[in-house]
Design a binder for this molecule. Sequence first.
Ligand code: GLC
Length: 449
Amino acid sequence: MLENVNISIEKRAALILADNHRLTHTVPAPNNYPHQWLWDSSFVAVGLSHLDPDKADIEITSLLEGQWANGMLPHMLFNRDKLGSNPKLNLDYILWNSHRSPDAPTDVFTSGITQPPIVAEAVQQVGRRLSGEDRKDFMVYAMRKLIRYHQWIYAERDYNQNGLMSAVHPWETGMDNTPPWVGYMRQHEHSGLVLVTDNIVVNGLLKAIRRDAKETMLDERTLTSDGIIFTNAALRLRHLRYDKQRMMEQHSPYIEDVAMNSILIRNNAILREMSEDLDYSLPEELTAKMRQTEQSLDSLLWDEEAQLFYSRDAKTKQLLKTPTVGSLLPLYAGTLDPIKTAQLVDHLRDNESFATDFAVPSVPINDENFDEKRMWSGPTWINMNWLIIKGLRRSGYRTDAEELTEKTLRMVYENGYREYFSAINGEGLGIDNFSWTAALVIDLLRNPE
Ligand code: GLC
């Protein structure tokens, strides 16, 4: 791409990040998403690290301040000013009420679930661009917190003791209404649905989960009926006080999500690299669990027939055989043998499924679940492209990586810094001026590794 085009892409991205910045962190989009989200902030820090490493340091530090006593990093940290003068009347507060758990922090109000564990990647990138003492202080502070976070993942979410992390809510995956999860939730939440439809609190909460409808078209968002089901599952977690024992006994879903575990594997490796750099040894049990995750992803989530990875119901041990972009994220994990890597790359190159003009669709276009406009059910997301590009680069598929980078930058340049895009014609969908789109575009322009 021409040099001056690149400059203008980056300038616009920097402006969006500046507009969406709030004192200590960057919100994904001021109207629809006015709080701090875990993976959004991590992606933002990656982009910000190129422009202003100190600001990126603060972005991550403020995210880590939400850590629970048990080590969990929550998926949302709420902005105080948005909670109003009486937080207990705020719908987000009512939905999560994380103070029901003795592990929740008292000075920050957070949600009660996590999101894909991609913070180590952000810490490493920010660390690379800080200098001197600042770098050391930041890295040591962050690494201690990250060790506790990854230990929490294994202590509380390794349902089958096989090293695979289970997610307990679709919002935890960050890919809210991805078809395999929607299918699972619709099948399992019926009784709850009857319970909640009459519930006044739930009806009020629905308004909160539909705040996304302020700026976007409803056919681009989660279906309201699925929103009810998801809210019901969140209320159940609240009721169980986010307590591991009670959840294991009384809650479902527990799903060994393929995208989350791919991200976990790569971020485990980064944590190991950081600990070597800082001459700080990781606990033995943690490194043993890390190895187990790599083996289990490879053996338990692979489907030889489809030559794809799938998520698995941790309780029944059945694969959820619905293909999504998550099926390709083991490329980002970086631990596959060359044969499986090549098989995934074949899917990426396949014009009938993933290789559209505005790739990579969140659901392959030839799948029955493909929905061109609905989030996570078809559209292309920049963070997914970024993860795949990184995986392709590391596994030696440089040309595929460059082609996808070029496609991604062009798509944003021509259609705006949108939340997601039609994989068919590139139309910008969802929210405009979306933070992680801006941040990751900066990284794609600046960081060829
Ligand atoms: C939506 C996305 C999720 C993201 C959040 C804030 O819920 O599905 O991945 O973290 O918005 O941007």
